[in-house]
Design a binder for this molecule. Structure first.
Ligand code: UDP
Length: 330
């Protein structure tokens, strides 16, 4: 990473703020554009914050010009699978329409490098695991569909313009900054690990495990939990890769290990030393039984691999953040 300014759209959010921290640790300058619908101004602590929408072309132009920016990382998106099933229009508006306006602006302003938050949700229900990048992408919800359209727009913009991109397909982002400066604050919270920890704190009566009859070892659903600091590191490496002349590409970001919901609960009990009441319930609509990555392509392209491979350590970082949240009343 050199001392360049990077526009980080959605940089006040969960993964965005961790990426800004990594950029600034390595000597770069993160410039954040965030409409604060999901992000928080306290999380944009590593550089200037501009409050506005990714689809506000004039505002984006002003920021790109002011900071002489040719590299953009785009996190800003709606990302709740369940909500996308009840309000698909919101997802197409924010994740597709606004992104297209943003891309047009980037091309007009001479942006050369673009890092995009894609998702394992673009694969739908895979025929086999671990998932490789060349497997079919058949999303089963509007969220995954909008991320796939994002990838397709990038493909064609890069074919037709002097412009390169890396689409990073995240598996289950989790954990928090080990320094406790920033971390995940979502309202409502739908993600497994923070919910389990809220149950440990007594903020929730219990954690409901969605589904016990999956064809997995213990019957609960299996996911690939990738630490947010590892994700942040991958973004900086992806940017360096493009700046060094790397070709546009799409990469899975996961540990390669499948962990069940039951294993997450057991780990949280070990880490917190608390009871954690569990209720076993039916499957959640739209949940595939098992999703975990083959991350070897990211290793080859970026020299990246997950450092946080122990689920207890990941949950420890999230538990630490829960204590910070209580102290800072976040
Ligand atoms: N999950 C659960 N109870 C909860 C929240 C999540 O059993 O209260 C399960 C969910 O069904 C999935 C896994 O935990 O199998 C991870 O869910 P999360 O919402 O964190 O991420 P997703 O995989 O949906 O992106």
């Amino acid at each position: 990473m050199d001392s360049r300014s990077v526009l980080v759209i959605g940089g006040a959010g969960y993964i965005g703020s961790h990426t800004c921290k990594r950029i600034s640790q390595l000597g770069g300058k993160p410039v954040v554009l965030d409409n604060l619908s999901m992000g928080h101004d306290w999380a944009a602590m590593y550089g200037p914050l501009y409050v506005g929408d990714a689809g506000d072309s004039a505002y984006v132009k002003q920021i790109l010009d002011e900071h002489d920016i040719d590299s953009v990382i785009h996190f800003a998106a709606c990302a709740y699978v369940g909500e996308s099933m009840t309000n698909p229009g919101k997802y197409f508006r924010n994740n597709v329409t606004a992104m297209q306006t943003l891309l047009d602006r980037c091309i007009e302003s001479g942006v050369k490098n673009f890092i995009f938050s894609s998702s394992c949700a673009t694969y739908g229900v895979p025929n086999e695991t671990p998932i490789r990048e060349d497997m079919p992408q058949k999303p089963i919800n509007p969220y995954g569909e909008t991320k796939l359209i994002g990838e397709q727009m990038l493909h064609w913009y890069s074919q037709c313009h002097d412009f390169n991109y890396v689409a990073l397909r995240y598996f289950n982002a989790c954990g928090d900054d080990p320094d406790g400066e920033i971390g995940e604050v979502h309202d409502p919270e739908t993600h497994l690990i923070p919910i389990v920890l809220q149950a440990a704190l007594g903020k929730r009566e219990y954690i409901e495990v969605f589904g016990t009859d999956y064809p997995t070892e213990d019957g609960t659903a299996v996911r690939d939990y990738i630490h947010v600091s590892d994700l942040a590191d991958a973004h900086v490496r992806a940017l360096d890769y493009l700046v060094a002349g790397g070709e546009s590409t799409k990469l899975n970001l996961g540990t390669g290990n499948g962990i069940s919901v039951q294993q997450v609960v057991d780990s949280a009990r070990r880490v917190t030393g608390r009871e954690i009441p569990v209720k076993y319930g039916p499957r959640r609509a739209g949940d595939p039984p098992a999703l975990y990555a083959d991350p070897s392509k990211a290793k080859e392209a970026l020299g990246w691999e997950a450092q946080w491979t122990d689920i207890d350590k990941i949950i420890e970082s999230a538990w630490n953040w829960e204590q910070v949240r209580i102290k800072r009343d976040l």
